[in-house]
Design a protein around this ligand. Structure first.
Ligand SMILES: *[C@@H]1O[C@H](CO)[C@@H](O)[C@H](O)[C@H]1NC(C)=O
Ligand SMILES: *[C@@H]1O[C@H](CO)[C@@H](O)[C@H](O)[C@H]1NC(C)=O
Ligand SMILES: *[C@@H]1O[C@H](CO)[C@@H](O)[C@H](O)[C@H]1NC(C)=O
Ligand SMILES: *[C@@H]1O[C@H](CO)[C@@H](O)[C@H](O)[C@H]1NC(C)=O
Ligand SMILES: *[C@@H]1O[C@H](CO)[C@@H](O)[C@H](O)[C@H]1NC(C)=O
Ligand SMILES: *[C@@H]1O[C@H](CO)[C@@H](O)[C@H](O)[C@H]1NC(C)=O
Ligand SMILES: *[C@@H]1O[C@H](CO)[C@@H](O)[C@H](O)[C@H]1NC(C)=O
Length: 673
């Protein structure tokens, strides 16, 4: 019996204890997750607590949902200076591909009966007829993610204070005051990430503050409004809780944790690390129709084809021929792309000239400067290696009176030669064209010395004997100081390697070609002969062979000799020189020209000797106009070997280029115009 009584007493005692503790809870409580909150909470609608970690889901992402979660026990607001403070963490998670809505509200309500409330913009709190009625006792702090025209919402990302009506009496776009930065930062409610809300009420002032999860409570609230709770809740009975709703706009809406206290000072801190995780919905695999699949596959194939085409086009555009043996010549090899860019795509505006072999373009390479690029067509394969080796050799030739060859590039059927750009163009333009001023005798004399020096270097100064094979005014370039620069050396050689020409074929320009050339081939002596003709050309201002002038003067060598024989050598001098020249120099140069053009190769001086004569270091040997081989013009007999190239119609000769680099090395009648 005694035990039964004791049991009874104990039951009464513990019941009382439980009652006491629930009273205390009413003064303040904390839920880090809602697993243990079940008995204290009134849930309705779509609201439920999700296992395993107690996430309070107010709505899922179905349409027209609403859910409520309230503390079952009401609060008495009758006492003087009624105040409360609350801090909760919620999350509004958008459904992938759907526009989110409508929002969550922290609610003070006189009743837990929301059966007649509507979802959507009413947030599960009122309906069209009750909204705004004072009999409907309600205060809500809304996190609204839909812009409702009915309630004059400012945007679809705002926080508002509602009294009896969903038309907010105070609202602001979601933002928080950053204590560290000292300024307001906007934030997104419907970010899918947890966010914190504080609602403080003290001495009739209601403050609302929001912030992202890991932020300390901002020093300044977002909303602050004076509110007399007694006026709203005359019965002075308050239920605290949450409401949320979806309409045609949907989102998952959760409460993760909630701390509440009747006094701001006693508010317990939420343990953010203990809060439940929010599930993040993944975008469902959309059903794709087979047609769509086929179409997208087709589309990607087309795109691939286009991309591939562009790639192939680019590759073809910049394609080069490169062979293993060329690796040795690496530094002298330019990429086609760089040359293409340097000449702006071989722009016609930059074209310096055109010859039978190809065209020459002006360009500019970074770190190198102005260049001339000669595009030479070729179809020969044999000899290419030897030729490139020669190009490289030529690249190593350094003489102040040579046009520096910088390198080359090979493509299919095309060879590109890169040399320094000579700003004053080719000598023939000053001699034969009216677009350039005539050169004075001192200038011409300097150029002759320059070219003699360059040729002497090619014959004896380099590691090997290099023949020029095509000395003439159009192959002499003038740099910015009007120094003579011998260009295109070795180019004639290129023709040798063409597949249509035997290696022994005659190369050169009619009028400059030594008579033995077709029989014996080229040698330093044939270069000397051509240089002799060139000296006469420069001094007399006319080409060695000119079909337009009367027969007795047509052959320059013969005519100069005739003038000498008749004692009037100066008659041969270019009339554009006037009489501004040293007769002594003229005599020396013209006689030296005749000496060099002796038909007997062995009677010609060497280039070393020519340099000595022309620099007046050595007197000319004694000879007369009647000496053997002097002043004789023997037309070059073109052998059978070269007939393929000797269709000597003047039209076969290219228009005179603006820059001698592009003059062809086909056999021509001295540009016979
Ligand atoms: C949302 O919850 C309701 C029940 O409250 C259920 O019928 C519906 O299928 C759920 N929708 C989703 C998307 O989970
Ligand atoms: C209530 O507020 C008044 C002034 O508004 C203050 O003097 C008083 O101390 C407050 N009482 C309590 C219990 O906070
Ligand atoms: C609105 O709610 C009130 C009571 O809460 C109810 O009497 C009324 O019928 C509801 N109206 C609509 C349109 O649902
Ligand atoms: C509300 O915010 C104001 C500043 O805007 C502040 O002075 C007041 O103390 C705050 N009240 C509460 C209860 O936090
Ligand atoms: C920050 O926002 C609050 C509330 O909207 C406003 O009163 C305040 O002037 C803003 N402060 C700044 C620095 O913009
Ligand atoms: C609040 O409203 C009640 C009833 O209207 C009034 O008696 C009371 O004085 C008001 N309190 C304040 C602080 O304005
Ligand atoms: C020769 O080149 C220099 C430097 O580029 C230039 O200033 C000069 O005008 C040119 N002379 C002629 C006649 O083209």
């Amino acid at each position: 019996m005694a035990i039964q009584r004791l049991h009874l007493i104990l039951v009464i005692f513990f019941n009382h204890l439980i009652f006491l503790s629930s009273q205390q809870e009413a003064a303040g409580f904390i839920y880090n997750g809602f697993l243990k909150a079940q008995p204290d909470l009134h849930l309705d609608g779509s609201a439920k607590i999700l296992s395993p970690d107690g996430l309070l889901q107010l709505t899922n992402a179905s349409t027209q949902q609403m859910g409520h979660a309230f503390i079952k026990q009401p609060f008495d607001s009758s006492e003087k200076n009624f105040s409360f403070s609350t801090h909760f963490v919620c999350a509004l998670v958008p459904k992938p591909g759907a526009e989110g809505g409508h929002g969550i509200a922290f609610v003070l309500s006189s009743s837990l009966d929301f059966t007649n409330a509507d979802p959507t913009q009413y947030l599960g709190l009122s309906n069209i007829s009750t909204n705004g009625s004072p009999s409907y006792q309600l205060l809500a702090v809304e996190l609204d993610t839909a812009k409702s025209a009915e309630f004059d919402d400012i945007d679809k990302n705002h926080v508002g204070i509602d009294i009896n009506s969903l038309r907010s009496i105070e609202s602001a776009s979601a933002s928080y005051y950053s204590n560290t930065k000292g300024k307001n930062q906007s934030m997104k409610l419907l970010s899918g990430e947890p966010l914190q809300v504080w609602v403080d009420y003290e001495r009739t002032l209601l403050n609302v503050t929001v912030a992202p999860l890991r932020i300390q409570k901002p020093d300044h609230p977002l909303l602050s409004r004076s509110i007399n709770l007694t006026q709203i809740f005359p019965d002075q009975k308050l239920f605290f809780g949450f409401s949320a709703a979806t309409g045609s706009l949907v989102s998952y809406q959760y409460i993760l944790g909630w701390s509440f206290s009747r006094s701001k000072e006693l508010l317990q801190r939420l343990n953010l690390s203990k809060l439940p995780q929010i599930p993040h919905p993944r975008a469902k695999q959309k059903q794709t129709s087979p047609l769509l699949v086929v179409l997208s596959v087709l589309l990607s194939l087309i795109v691939l084809a286009i991309l591939g085409g562009v790639h192939l086009h680019r590759r073809k555009k910049y394609a080069e021929v490169r062979e293993a043996w060329e690796k040795d010549y690496g530094p002298h090899r330019f990429s086609y792309k760089s040359l293409y860019k340097a000449t702006r795509g071989f722009d016609q505006d930059g074209r310096l000239g055109k010859g039978g072999f190809g065209e020459v373009y002006r360009g500019n390479l970074p770190h190198i400067g102005d260049i001339a690029v000669k595009r030479v067509c070729h179809n020969g394969k044999q000899g290419m290696k030897q030729f490139v080796a020669e190009v490289v050799t030529m690249g190593s030739l350094k003489h102040r009176n040579l046009v520096p060859l910088l390198g080359y590039c090979r493509r299919k059927g095309e060879l590109l030669l890169v040399s320094e750009y000579m700003s004053n163009g080719s000598l023939d333009r000053y001699l034969f064209h009216r677009d350039k001023p005539s050169l004075s005798w001192p200038q011409r004399f300097v150029i002759l010395k320059d070219i003699a020096s360059a040729l002497s270097y090619l014959h004896t100064g380099a590691n090997q004997v290099v023949l020029h094979r095509d000395i003439k005014a159009s192959n002499v370039m003038l740099d910015s100081d009007f120094n003579g620069r011998l260009g295109d050396f070795g180019m004639a050689r290129f023709e040798d390697y063409g597949d249509s020409l035997p290696a022994t074929a005659a190369i050169g320009t009619m009028g400059y070609m030594a008579p033995e050339l077709t029989l014996m081939g080229t040698s330093t002596r044939t270069d000397v002969y051509a240089f002799g003709a060139f000296m006469l050309e420069v001094t007399c201002g006319r080409r060695p062979l000119d079909n337009k002038i009367p027969a007795e003067k047509r052959h320059l060598i013969k005519w100069v000799c005739d003038c000498w024989r008749s004692g009037s050598l100066l008659d041969a001098v270019d009339i554009r020189l006037g009489h501004e020249y040293s007769e002594e120099e003229i005599y020396m140069v013209l006689k030296l020209g005749l000496l060099c053009t002796n038909v007997a190769a062995e009677s010609r001086p060497t280039m070393e000797q020519v340099v000595q004569y022309i620099n007046k270091n050595l007197p000319l040997p004694n000879f007369s106009p009647d000496s053997p081989g002097i002043g004789v013009y023997i037309p070059v007999l073109l052998g059978a070997a070269s007939t393929s190239r000797s269709s000597l119609e003047p039209s076969a000769s290219p228009p005179s280029p603006h820059n001698s680099m592009f003059v062809t090395h086909t056999i021509t009648y001295g540009d016979g115009r």
